[in-house]
Design a protein around this ligand. Structure first.
Ligand SMILES: NC(=O)c1ccc[n+]([C@@H]2O[C@H](COP(=O)([O-])OP(=O)(O)OC[C@H]3O[C@@H](n4cnc5c(N)ncnc54)[C@H](OP(=O)(O)O)[C@@H]3O)[C@@H](O)[C@H]2O)c1
Length: 269
């Protein structure tokens, strides 16, 4: 089936990361023009940049800085014109879990600043770009997490930053149509996915056992699983009447294992 993405300009934030790199690759194979961002690590994009010199525009931007995000969209517009689709994918997930009483204000603010404020800033300049370049269609794809659905003990900063994206989506789906009559905003919640962000957890046998107990399909995701759903939502041919929806891509995940049997036994005495 034709996605119709050929010639579409898609901006992918966090294109140097596991999911971002894969969606960039799949978009390029569909004939899209892609502006892909990195923050600190250009290296993962080296190969793909060599393969697609005319279709891929790589830009460095820290999404916590409004000025850098403004310049990112300026560079994107200069390279390929109107940004038709934004995949707001960049985020951080502090590795070490911390109880809320131990979590510094600095950590809380930094996670919220990258994941939520950064997504707000990218969405803001995406909408500015829609105002500047009128058109009928547009798609904003927010990347959340199952942590935003089920919560995640010891990671209240990350889970809060992700559940807040629901509010962003529900509001912006009603704003976007004032700039692009067929504009759409949707949210994807990936579950555990083998990328640099989750690698440490997913190569820990105990953690993986615990995680798989909540997943009927008894497997975690690979970046391709998430990228394909991003492509679907990016495509007006495939998802042209889909807006305000959350798609969870997590093998049917039900939630969290809170206690091991030993912990329950110890509690009950
Ligand atoms: N992997 C999972 O298990 C999982 C599960 C649920 C949700 N997700 C979500 O899926 C998305 C992609 O995650 P991933 O697993 O692909 O993570 P990843 O491999 O760690 O990639 C994260 C990306 O975000 C970029 N980034 C970090 N801080 C930034 C900043 N201040 N400004 C701009 N870009 C910044 C990184 O850029 P540099 O590397 O260049 O610094 C990198 O490209 C994230 O939103 C994540 O929360 C992932």
């Amino acid at each position: 089936m034709d996605t119709g993405l050929s010639g579409t300009h898609v901006l992918v934030t966090g294109a140097s990361g596991g999911i971002g790199l894969e969606v960039t690759r799949q978009l390029l194979l569909e004939g899209a023009r892609v502006t892909g961002t990195y923050n600190r690590s250009l290296e993962p994009l080296d190969g793909i940049k060599k393969d697609w010199p005319k279709h891929l525009n790589v830009v460095q931007a820290d999404q916590t800085s409004e000025e850098e995000v403004r310049m990112l969209f300026e560079a994107a517009n200069q390279a390929f014109g109107r940004v038709d689709v934004l995949v707001a994918n960049a985020a951080i997930a502090p590795l070490k879990g911390k109880a809320i009483q131990e979590m510094s204000l600095e950590q809380w603010e930094q996670t919220l600043r990258v994941n939520l404020t950064g997504t707000f800033l990218c969405s803001k300049y995406f909408f500015n770009n829609l105002q500047k370049y009128p058109g009928e269609t547009a798609s904003l794809i927010l990347i959340g997490s199952t942590a935003g659905l089920f919560g995640e003990a010891w990671h209240v900063d990350y889970s809060t930053s992700k559940s807040a994206l629901h509010g962003l989506m529900m509001s912006l789906k009603n704003e976007i149509v004032h700039l692009a009559a067929k504009g759409r905003v949707n949210l994807i919640n990936p579950g555990w996915t083998m990328t640099p962000m989750a690698e440490k957890t997913l190569t820990d046998g105990n953690m993986t056992r615990r995680i798989l107990q909540t997943i009927p399909m008894r497997k975690t995701a690979v970046p391709e699983d998430i990228a394909r759903v991003i492509l679907y939502l990016a495509s007006d041919n495939l998802a042209g009447h889909v807006s305000g929806q959350t798609i969870t891509v997590a093998g049917g995940m039900e939630g969290r294992v809170l206690f091991t049997q030993e912990e329950i036994d110890a509690y009950r005495g």
